[in-house]
Design a protein around this ligand. Structure first.
Ligand code: HCB
Length: 224
């Protein structure tokens, strides 16, 4: 994709301009550009810049909200295109997804959910600000293979641990794999809280979910 288009996408997020963001996404699709390239190398770069500027006190909450609106406008165009990548795949596994208690950031989680769907997973998205017990109840109801927990705040990361604990308390931990992600989350943190894996972005989340399914299937196949 031409660099100036990617720069314009990035800038539309920084400017908090939903119409421009949506227009650029439509033009990219018409030009045969892959939605993932537009997201990762265009729009998400804008989000990173906004986060940095907010952190430095150069941008404020209303600016960050406008940027999120612009991101949503671009995703409204790109989401159906990403889902088309799925085609007629066999069901890869059942995933319950949500953002940790106290946290309302949803863009990254939505992206993870879209790509998992596009790769054959059946995804149930619990939304934002979700308590551990709710993850566990939905995992039981759907006989889920994987629970995915997003956290964007250092203060809500600890609630990812709460999800692992809720699964243990519900007696589901041996059946349900847990994957965690979000800007402040690391592999080390995932290990510390007893999660089964960490993914740095949505494509890595798909790869991780596949590998967790392999681990589950191998465990079932092992002789007693
Ligand atoms: Co928010 N915010 N925010 N915010 N926000 C961050 C996260 C800061 C880092 C900005 C900063 O200070 N530099 C900061 C957190 C600092 C910290 O905790 N150390 C922050 C803050 C402080 C806050 C408030 C507290 C501000 C305030 O009220 N004073 C407040 C918190 C509200 C709350 O949650 N209780 C707040 C609010 C907002 C909104 C509402 C304005 C808006 C969110 C809108 C929405 O989601 N509907 C917002 C936004 C947009 C951001 C930034 C700018 C972008 C987040 C984003 O969408 N990134 C963010 C800065 C940043 O993250 N660099 C800033 C793009 C997506 C694609 O990336 O990392 O979310 P992602 O997801 C990736 C990846 O992590 C992975 O895959 C995704 C796709 O590639 N992944 C998973 C994510 N979840 C996964 C789960 C898995 O199982 C596997 C992989």
């Amino acid at each position: 994709m031409p660099d100036d288009t990617l720069c314009a996408m990035r800038q539309s997020i920084i400017d908090g301009a939903p119409d421009t963001a949506s227009d650029l996404a439509q033009r990219a699709i018409a030009a045969g550009i892959t939605p993932l390239e537009a997201i990762n190398n265009g729009y998400v770069q804008g989000m990173h810049a906004v986060g940095e500027q907010f952190g430095q006190g150069k941008m404020f909450l209303p600016d960050m909200m406008a940027s999120a609106e612009a991101m949503r406008a671009a995703m409204a165009v790109l989401d159906p295109e990403l889902k088309k990548l799925g085609g007629e795949r066999p069901m890869a596994g059942v995933v319950v997804l949500g953002t940790a208690k106290g946290d309302i950031h949803e863009i990254g989680k939505l992206l993870v959910g879209t790509l998992l769907c596009a790769h054959g997973f059946r995804v149930h998205d619990l939304g934002v600000d979700v308590a551990g017990e709710k993850f566990a109840a939905k995992a039981r109801e759907l006989n889920a293979d994987i629970v995915g927990v997003s956290a964007l705040l250092t203060t809500t990361m600890r609630n990812q641990r709460g999800v692992v604990e809720a699964l243990v308390n519900a007696g589901l931990r041996s059946q349900v794999k847990v994957m965690v992600g979000g800007a402040p989350v690391t592999r080390k943190w995932a290990e510390e809280i007893g999660a089964d894996g960490y993914a740095k972005d949505a494509m890595s989340a798909v790869a991780l979910a596949r590998s967790l399914m392999e681990q589950k299937n191998e465990a079932v196949a092992e002789p007693v």
